[in-house]
Design a protein around this ligand. Structure first.
Ligand code: APR
Length: 243
């Protein structure tokens, strides 16, 4: 499908901006085959988050939690970045230092698409970290690690993701908020904007006078405040406005 006048206007604004923040949620990975959390077939429609994505669940049954994250790692590793991920990596290459990608996604698809200026505010499912001393083997693993005991302190290794009830890394979320407060344009892609503090990012950008561009087939609380809202898939809109 060709660009509409709105796509062209939004693209012109993106091209004219010197500082851009892109905020992504699970929707940008839906076309890659990774289920969202709250939509049809969503993760939280199939599993109870409190049974698998909390520190209590991990303490109660670490092997069950690792089994689930092992399955998710393998499923995500079989998916590929989509045209939306690739368009954002291309935008980063053009804008350079004035660009920052803040993602809620733990699926590693932005990195695999070539994004480097990235803050993974909910972590990355492929990284492993010690629940005690915070150190880890480094790198990205696509299955359950051969040992889930920390070589340094003997505590349990866990997936390097933020579970419900856990605080975000203050340095990471602080940098994201700072960038949102200073950007000229914020693109909000594929998020229901229901989970705080991540979902505060667009509010900070609005208060700072940034132009908001939203891409989501469904309306959200942000839609009415966006300068452009594209109620379509990320894989269609992003190549037209950012790629
Ligand atoms: N393109 C763009 N958006 C899409 C697409 C698509 N192809 N398909 C679905 N969406 C939209 C949906 O309309 C929905 O608004 O993506 C959004 C996904 O919302 P959620 O499933 O709530 O995911 P997200 O907003 O990323 O959740 C935030 O909640 O469970 C926690 O830690 C988890 O990071 C996650 C956080």
């Amino acid at each position: 499908m060709d660009a509409t006048p709105d796509h062209r206007e939004a693209r012109a604004r993106v091209e004219s901006a010197e500082s851009i923040v892109v905020f992504t949620g699970a929707g940008i990975s839906a076309e890659s085959g990774i289920p969202t959390y709250r939509g049809e077939g969503g993760v939280w429609r199939q599993y109870r988050a409190e049974d698998l994505a909390t520190m209590d669940a991990f303490r109660r049954d670490p092997d069950l939690v690792w089994e689930w994250y092992g399955e998710r790692r393998q499923a995500m590793a079989e998916c590929d970045p989509g045209p939306g991920h690739r368009a954002l990596a291309a935008l980063e290459r053009r804008v350079g230092d004035g660009f920052l990608l803040v993602t809620q996604n733990i699926d590693n698809l932005h990195r695999r698409a070539g994004s480097e200026r990235i803050l993974e505010i909910h972590g990355n499912a492929f990284r492993t970290v010690c629940s005690g001393c915070g150190r880890g083997p480094g790198g990205y693993e696509t299955s359950v690690p051969s040992t889930t005991t920390c070589v340094h302190c003997g505590d349990r290794l866990r997936p390097d993701v933020v579970w419900f009830g856990e605080p975000l890394d203050p340095t990471v979320i602080g940098a994201a908020f700072q960038a949102a407060a200073e950007c000229q344009v914020l693109l909000c892609i594929g998020s229901s904007l229901l989970v705080r503090p991540a979902a505060s990012l667009p509010e900070i950008a609005i208060e700072a006078g940034a132009d908001i561009i939203e891409v989501n087939p469904e309306p959200t609380w942000l839609t009415a405040r966006a300068r452009w809202s594209f109620q379509e898939q990320a894989g269609r809109a992003l190549p037209l406005i950012a790629g």
